[in-house]
Design a protein around this ligand. Sequence first.
Ligand code: PXL
Length: 268
Amino acid sequence: MTLVKVLCIGGSDTSGGAGIQADLKAVNACGAWGMSVITAVTAQNTKGVQGVFAVSAEFVGKQIDAIMSDIGADAVKTGMLLNADIVAMVADKIKQYGMEKLIVDPVIVAKGGRYLLQTKARQTLVKKLLPLALLVTPNIPEAEILAVMEIKTIAAMKKAAKVIQDCGAKNVLIKGGHLPLKKEAIDILYDGREFYEFYAPRINTPHTHGTGCTYASAIAARLARGEEIAEAVFAAKELVTAAIKNSVQLGTGHGSVNILGDLIKSKR
Ligand code: PXL
């Protein structure tokens, strides 16, 4: 058996629920070795993000060099990139090392409204990083920003997926969890030719912090293992649904998804 390695590039979440902490748990839960390049350190809890401390773009590059000059990666997943300099550095390194399995989770705003990607870095993300992506995984608010349109229906999700695919990402997965559907969470995958729909029952809980990070990292690990995109998305969605069912109530605010299930004892 060969060891499958996944590099996660993103921010640290002190609460352990999202960001790099979620990424590594998801990658490990999918049977792969997880590595991390930290772009920013957040101070946050279940009530929100209290502070963000940026790592310099130069040092982000140095972390990527450390991994790629020695260990290598079968897939790369990006999350919180914070500013235009970091986005540009990550894009340059992806090109330099010819990383092909790139999954971009276009993290833009945290639940409480705090910007995890500065407004002026959006253009850099669209112009420099999306064209390198094998898959980009926006939720509805992120897809609305990237496609510059309102999304209230499945038909609008499909239209937005086409617009985002036109930016150069080979495949686009729009996650429908924010649509006002009572029973289901429907995601749409577009590969430039066809649409695929993924259904899961909607789980009624406020403890969903880390859903997007967990989902994209699980997809990255499955792709690293050699699965096709639709196959990887299907499997990752099942894992995320289970992680939401097993979510943990941490502080007094929004708790987190738990991909490790019974390994972590929930007090709920
Ligand atoms: O869920 C997006 C996300 C990604 N990365 C970090 C975060 C968050 C959300 O709060 O804190 C570090």
